[in-house]
Design a protein around this ligand. Structure first.
Ligand SMILES: C[S@@+](CC[C@H](N)C(=O)[O-])C[C@H]1O[C@@H](n2cnc3c(N)ncnc32)[C@H](O)[C@@H]1O
Length: 273
């Protein structure tokens, strides 16, 4: 990959997603672009870069972000967040809900990838919040991964570490041609809405503030000014007293923010702020 090609791709990816590709990502970019070169019949990387600059390249720009971004995720990733939600955040929020008359609990899985995080939140709520209405929003920049999240079909292997009772309650097993796959049951799927959102662009259309926001394992791809901007945006969407969960390798210590640190990777918007 030539220097100018890497710089071009790097600039475009930053402009579109704010993902910051350092020089150490050159090999990775080159490997991942191979797929797009084949799919677009480009004979070289130069050819592909020209395609990206041509009018009508919008769809391919989306495909580019798709192959560059990492979608790795799994059910109940970073279990400590789900334990904190069950033991602390949900009891606090359901108590406030009764006195403050919110219509429902609202939780946001920002950068939801293929949906495992949002459905893990949904399973936790379905198990522990019985008398209170709740709703989950899942968003991601990738249209392809959002289609997977909405379909909610996963390899049976992906739930091998979950308790049997939880799997039986919330998943349907596939038979025949669907052997080896499981699908989240419609009762749970109906309570999770997935939509497209670039976290750093425009304003999300949500009207109600969130009691809890999960924004995990995406900030590591951003530079410091972008992380700061993102946390400010998320804070505005959080209700006072609400919680923000970030990935365990994503401490906010090096950026300016208005949140209170509660535990590693758990922050709270101060009440009255
Ligand atoms: C590694 S996954 C994290 C999934 C999940 N939150 C977790 O922790 O398991 C990162 C996700 O961030 C998404 N992403 C990257 N840049 C984004 C942006 N600017 N706005 C919204 N989503 C973005 C990617 O498409 C990808 O699905």
């Amino acid at each position: 990959m030539r220097d100018n090609e890497f710089e071009f791709i790097r600039g475009l990816v930053y402009e579109r997603s704010r993902i910051n590709l350092g020089p150490d990502k050159r090999e990775l970019v080159s490997t991942r672009l191979g797929k797009r070169l084949r799919a677009t019949n480009s004979s070289s990387l130069g050819d592909y870069c020209r395609l990206l600059q041509s009018p009508g390249a919008e769809e391919e720009l989306g495909n580019l972000i798709d192959v560059i971004s990492t979608n790795h995720t799994f059910f109940f990733r970073e279990q400590a967040h789900f334990d904190f939600m069950r033991d602390t955040a949900l009891p606090e929020m359901t108590a406030r809900m009764r006195t403050e008359r919110w219509p429902r609990l609202q939780i946001w899985s920002a950068a939801s990838s293929s949906g495992e995080e949002a459905y893990s939140i949904a399973m936790t709520l379905a198990t522990h919040v019985l008398q209170t209405p709740w709703h989950i929003e899942g968003t991601d920049i990738s249209h392809r991964i959002l289609a997977e999240a909405k379909r909610a079909v996963y390899a049976t292997d992906s739930v091998r570490n979950l308790p049997d009772a939880l799997v039986r309650t919330h998943f349907q097993r596939g038979f025949g041609p669907q052997e080896g796959q499981i699908r989240v049951r419609p009762e749970l799927r109906d309570r999770v809405n997935f939509s497209h959102l670039n976290l750093l662009e425009g304003e999300p259309a949500f009207r109600e503030p969130f009691q809890i926001i999960f924004c995990r394992n995406v900030m590591i791809y951003f530079d410091r000014p972008t992380q700061e901007e993102l946390v400010a945006r998320l804070t505005r969407r959080l209700m006072p007293g609400g919680y923000l969960f970030v990935g365990h390798s994503e401490s906010l210590t090096s950026i300016n923010h208005k949140l209170r640190s509660i535990r590693p990777a758990i922050y709270q918007r101060p009440i009255g702020s």
